[in-house]
Design a protein around this ligand. Structure first.
Ligand code: NAI
Length: 504
């Protein structure tokens, strides 16, 4: 098992196989390529050569280096031609029977020390390995698309994988210049598992009529610093892919409510609204560009006295300064006058419950999300009986300095609060299940999903106690076990220790 890896084989030279071939040759390995489709290997070689030609044109490396890399890629017309490979990665069709049959054949051809790696994203490595005579040399090496740009690979030992094989696979990933995230063989492994909350909670918010998909995207991008909103992402991936991933992971975890998909996607899939690739998804595309509605403009409204709930003292102070800066009258005292706009700052609670709990008139109440502060897009939330004149006054007040404002209907937690709390909770539960080390969870999610922080660091950023409060209130108001806090989160928030501390 300890022979150094100098020659690797790649079987299946589609989107993933060709990407892996490129980075392997760039790392100086000899690469043998095989595909059952006649021209697939030469197409992959042409594709990679074009990338390297561009690299020479842009003076990233010399022609001599490009020629050297080209000479490392070689077609293997038969599987037998893989005999000298130290490691073979399969990136063929995502079917367990096809992958098992291939590995069984390869076992007859490869040397004793050779490693069999699978690039599967949704199948069990252990199950693929179970068809082999020596499952101890089978491992998951899960790359992301596009492989050269996504600098992460999940390394997934199956139940019987030899630790030396895992170490060799990790060393190979590092040699490729990728971050290696060692994870257990669980559905979705680490990254696709951690990505379950973003889309499903956004879909839930949409299906509750809280607001439209455009506003949800704007809020998560502007307040949450996500690279793109969940509906833009669903359109980019295509519902044909995302819908089945959502269903598959949900069922593989025996209907875990935290991963529950939404009926919205199945219905839209049936209508052919796949996303960018079909010209219409949640957005409509014109020449490849999403057609976005104009941002709603702030209504003109007469100033009215403003009373601010004192429940969150920091928020109260920040809001009072803003009201004063806008030149509006601030009401002091424990109770508002009957002419006041009452500002509430709930966490995981809706405007209705928050107003009634504080014995305020819900018709004069508007809630503001203070999770990300006031220096970004602001989100206001009305109760079902908030007067239009009160809502418009709040909209005008919070827009006075030109900051964009989104007004949403009542919701148990604002958009950002709900989505962030669910992401942190799923991440905490991944840590609880020991799928990977906390530092690995955070870095893998940053690289694999492009989130501004990994889920545990995100919890620290917003405050783990606050995230716990949001989840506990959501659970109490909805009764939905989807929101039950992970023990990992609850214990660490209560103890006041960081979420990335592993201890018994
Ligand atoms: P693809 O459809 O682009 O390429 C698959 C290639 O495998 C095709 O060229 C096909 O001719 C060939 N092939 C199919 N059966 C074969 C067999 N028995 N022997 C030899 N060649 C065979 O697929 P893609 O997207 O490259 O995916 C490949 C694998 O990587 C799948 O297991 C997929 O789940 C996984 N994956 C895909 C990602 C993606 O974003 N596309 C991300 C991570 C993993």
């Amino acid at each position: 098992m300890s022979k150094p890896i100098t020659t690797i084989g790649i079987i299946g030279t589609g989107a993933m196989g060709r990407g892996i071939a490129q980075i392997a040759a760039e790392a100086g390995l000899r690469v043998k390529l095989h595909d059952t489709r006649e021209d697939a290997v030469s197409e992959a070689q042409t594709f990679i050569n074009k990338i390297w030609t561009r690299g020479v044109e842009k003076q990233r490396f010399s022609q001599a280096r490009a020629d050297e890399m080209i000479s490392l890629l070689e077609e293997a017309r038969t599987l037998e031609a893989m005999a000298e490979c130290d490691l073979v990665i399969e990136a063929i069709v995502e079917r367990v029977d096809a992958k098992q049959a291939l590995f069984k054949q390869l076992e007859q051809i490869l040397a004793e020390h050779a490693i069999l790696a699978t690039n599967t994203s949704s199948l069990s490595v252990t199950e693929i390995a179970s068809a082999c005579t020596r499952p101890e040399r089978v491992i998951g090496l899960h790359f992301f698309n596009p492989v050269p740009l996504m600098k992460i690979v999940e390394v997934i030992p199956g139940v019987k994988t030899n630790p030396e094989v895992t170490e060799a696979a990790e060393a190979l990933g590092q040699r490729f210049g990728h971050f290696t995230a060692r994870t257990t063989d669980t559905p979705g492994f680490l990254v696709n598992h951690a990505g379950r909350a973003f889309g499903t909670e956004a879909l839930r918010i949409l299906s509750e009529g809280v607001t439209d998909h455009v506003t949800i995207d704007r809020l998560l991008k502007d307040q949450g610093d996500f690279r793109m909103g969940p509906f833009t992402l669903l359109d980019l991936t295509g519902l044909d892919v995302s819908h089945s991933v959502m269903e598959s992971i949900y069922h593989q975890y025996y209907q875990e409510p935290r991963f529950r998909p939404s009926p919205l996607t199945g219905q839209r899939l049936a209508a052919g609204l796949l996303g960018r690739k079909s010209g219409e998804g949640f957005y409509r595309y014109d020449n490849g560009q999403a057609v976005l509605p104009e941002e709603p403009t702030a209504p003109s409204a007469k100033p009215m006295p403003v009373w601010i709930s004192a429940e969150d003292t920091n928020a109260n102070r920040a809001l009072a300064s803003m009201v004063e800066a806008a030149g509006w009258e601030l009401e002091a005292g424990n109770t508002p006058s009957d002419k006041a706009l009452c500002l509430l700052t709930p966490y995981g609670e809706d405007t209705t419950d928050c107003a009634l709990r504080q014995q305020l008139n819900p018709a004069r109440c508007v809630a503001i999300d203070m999770l990300a502060g006031l220096n970004k897009r602001r989100c206001l939330m009305t109760s079902p009986v908030t007067l239009a004149v009160v809502r418009d006054a709040a909209h005008a007040l919070f827009s006075h300095d030109g900051m964009p404002v989104s007004v949403i209907n009542d919701s148990t937690g604002f958009v950002l609060q709900r989505v962030v709390a669910c992401i942190v909770n799923v991440g905490a539960d991944i840590a609880q299940q020991r799928v990977a080390e906390p530092v690995i969870i955070d870095r893998a999610v940053e690289l694999g999903l492009g989130y501004p922080w990994g889920p545990l660091a995100m919890g620290e950023h917003y405050g783990s106690q606050r995230i716990l409060t949001i989840l506990e209130n959501l659970l109490a108001a909805t009764g939905d076990p989807r929101y039950r806090p992970s023990p990992w989160l609850r214990r660490r928030a209560r103890l006041g220790i960081p979420l990335n501390v592993t201890s018994a």
